[in-house]
Design a protein around this ligand. Structure first.
Ligand SMILES: O=C(O)CCC(=O)c1ccccc1C(=O)O
Ligand SMILES: [Mg+2]
Length: 351
């Protein structure tokens, strides 16, 4: 029943974006990485390794070295034990670990004829709410907001912290004032602000429909964040400043009410689910987001979000940023991503 892994194939890819991604931590206009394909007993499992060091993964070189090591020692292992056996070797390469975990979860759930989300959690949802990702504030027009609202999104995410804080606050206040009822903005400063600038923003946003702010502070000191969070009537979130994975992760010591989990930064689906469970029982909110990966990474990430569940929109509406993809990607509809009942992650490569 538990067939041995016959081989691991590594297919490099280089996908252009429709338009450049921008943030206070820099941007990119292509996504480069490797599609992983693991074969065992006539079944295939897929994973995506697409490092993005600015978001907390290893470098491309480190990922490539780790993939080469995997290629020589994955064959002959069982899909159940492979990740555990390789875990030490992958400790410093979370995007590579994520790719292997996804490929194995895809394969293992196909073997049991289960959607990946059910393999992660018995009570997984079949759809997840998602936010629109509109990009940097300075490029957003009222027409962009209107289009996202008409598409059914309830939470619209905007990148801030790319320009002078007071200029940006005026612009944001103008846009927020145009929103129809029931729509809110999620802001992501990607660590751009001083404590003073962050405080002025939070005070300036009072009364506006703000859903949350990710990474407000340059220096994400938990006491500073806790003081800011105290004065905000919406959650602040930590994302790229989360401490690296450890068994002793304490979500209540972060200073904020929400964490953003990018499984390619955390180092896998199973691990991300453990962190999420831990956070949720402590009363900390959890949002899962992509790294603007290919469909091979976005499908399993959406399956993880469905396994975690909850009403808060996840950052998974990113397929539209890519001009080309490795296969059909999860597409939002009415502000939701609906997951198929088929076995595995849902990813199938273009032939
Ligand atoms: O959250 C989303 O809607 C999309 C994901 C996202 O914003 C992101 C994607 C790649 C790198 C960093 C980030 C980020 O949240 O900072
Ligand atoms: Mg973020």
């Amino acid at each position: 029943m538990n067939q041995l892994i016959e081989r691991l194939r590594i297919h490099p890819y280089d996908l252009p974006l429709r338009r450049a991604w921008g943030s206070a931590r820099g941007g990119f206009d292509r996504r480069r990485g490797w599609l992983l394909e693991i074969s065992a007993g006539g079944l295939h499992g897929f994973g995506d390794c697409a490092p993005l060091p600015a978001a907390g993964t290893e470098t491309t070189d480190a990922a490539w070295n780790a993939l080469c090591r995997l290629q020589t020692c994955v064959a002959g292992r069982t899909p159940d034990n492979c990740l555990m056996e390789m875990s030490d070797a992958l400790a410093a390469t979370p995007a590579t670990r994520f790719a292997l975990d996804c490929a194995l979860c895809d394969l293992n759930s196909r073997r049991l004829d289960l959607p990946l989300r059910r393999w992660l959690a018995d009570r997984a949802e079949d759809q997840v709410p998602v936010n629109a990702m509109l990009g940097p504030l300075e490029r957003i027009t009222p027409a962009d907001l209107q289009m996202a609202c008409e598409a059914g999104f309830k939470v619209l995410k905007i990148k801030v912290g790319l320009d002078d804080p007071s200029t940006e606050l005026v612009r944001l206040t103008d846009l927020a004032g145009r929103l129809p009822p029931g729509i809110a903005l999620r802001l992501d400063a990607n660590g751009a602000w001083s404590p003073d600038a962050a405080r002025r923003w939070i005070d300036g946003l009072a009364g506006l429909p703000i859903e949350s702010i990710e990474e407000p502070l340059q220096d994400p000191d938990p006491d500073r964040l806790a003081a800011l969070q105290e004065g905000a009537d919406f959650p602040l979130a930590r994302d790229e400043s989360l401490p690296a994975w450890s068994e002793h992760f304490d979500p209540s010591a972060l200073g904020v009410r929400r964490i953003v989990l990018k499984p390619a930064v955390i180092g896998g689906l199973v691990r991300s689910r453990l962190i999420a469970e831990h956070a949720l029982v402590t009363g900390i909110q959890v949002v899962v987001t992509s790294l603007v990966e290919s469909a091979a990474g976005l499908w399993p990430t959406a399956q993880l979000a469905a396994a975690i569940g909850g009403p808060i929109p996840h950052g998974l509406a990113t397929a539209g940023w890519l001009a080309e993809d490795l296969g059909p990607a999860p597409q939002p509809s009415g502000g939701w991503i609906h997951l198929p009942r088929t076995a595995g992650s849902g990813f199938a490569p273009h032939v």
